[in-house]
Design a protein around this ligand. Structure first.
Ligand code: CA
Length: 242
């Protein structure tokens, strides 16, 4: 695998140097943007595997950059914040950031988070590739079963159990749940879900996804009005918490 690409968006020269030095030493391909506008440009041209994003930035602030990038790419975003009230913003507004660190942070902690997030990206890509392979292969293959607390999703037998009781899912609901479960922990856009579950040639709009998510929640969530399993990621899509 080629070097993971990390985009660092930060305007403090001393911190830029430290981040660049340490991330490069870990074997990452690092690019640097010192303001929000440059961040958007670089993200679009380099398509990073992970984005480190400071909030207080010149030109366009980090929250706005996060909001914009979330609509364009699924690379995980680790926000860097200097103030506690910014943490409330990140969490409360569901900006689409995957994680955050409060300054000052230890480099060791930052590197550990980066490593964990990139590992998750790599696993997802491998799973997507495997899924593609098994979709291309003849029927059969190895058994595949997921267990999330009281929810069991048996993909081989096309069986779903909630608290040991089998529940009935329509074929598309099952396909959707299978896709979500295989990509647990990852933000999935409506378009990607539509493409992977309904196929390229599907004519309906992404509202179809929302409707099926609602039906699935009614069947698998303990409290469908406050979903804990299939979480909405504002203005993007959904994330399955497994
Ligand atoms: Ca700053």
């Amino acid at each position: 695998m080629s070097k993971p690409k990390v985009l660092v968006v930060e305007d403090e020269p001393a911190l830029i140097d430290t981040l660049e030095y340490n991330l490069t030493k870990q074997g990452y391909d690092v690019s640097i943007a010192a303001d929000g506008e440059q961040a958007l440009k670089l993200a679009r041209s380099t398509l990073p595997d992970l984005i480190l994003l400071d909030i207080m930035l010149p030109v366009i602030d980090g929250l706005e950059v996060c909001r914009i990038l979330r609509q364009e790419m699924t690379a995980p975003i680790l926000m860097l914040t200097a103030r506690a009230d910014e943490v409330d913003k990140i969490v409360g507004l569901e900006m689409g950031a995957d994680d955050y660190l409060t300054k000052p942070f230890s480099m060791r902690e930052l590197l550990a988070r980066v490593k964990a997030m990139l590992r998750r990206v790599r696993l997802t890509r491998e799973e997507l590739a495997q899924e593609q392979q098994s979709a291309d292969a003849p029927a059969g293959g190895k058994g595949e079963q997921f267990r999330f607390d009281n929810l069991i999703v048996d993909l081989t037998r096309r069986e779903v159990l909630v608290g040991d009781a089998p529940i009935h899912l329509k074929p598309k609901e099952h396909d959707l749940l299978a896709f979500l479960a295989r990509n647990r922990g990852i933000v999935l856009s409506r378009d990607l879900i539509l493409e992977r579950v309904w196929g390229w040639d599907y004519d309906g709009g992404s509202r179809t996804v929302d409707v099926h998510i609602r039906w699935l929640r009614e069947k698998i969530e303990t409290d469908p009005a406050n979903p804990r399993r299939i979480v909405t990621v504002r203005s993007i899509g959904y994330r399955f918490e497994g």
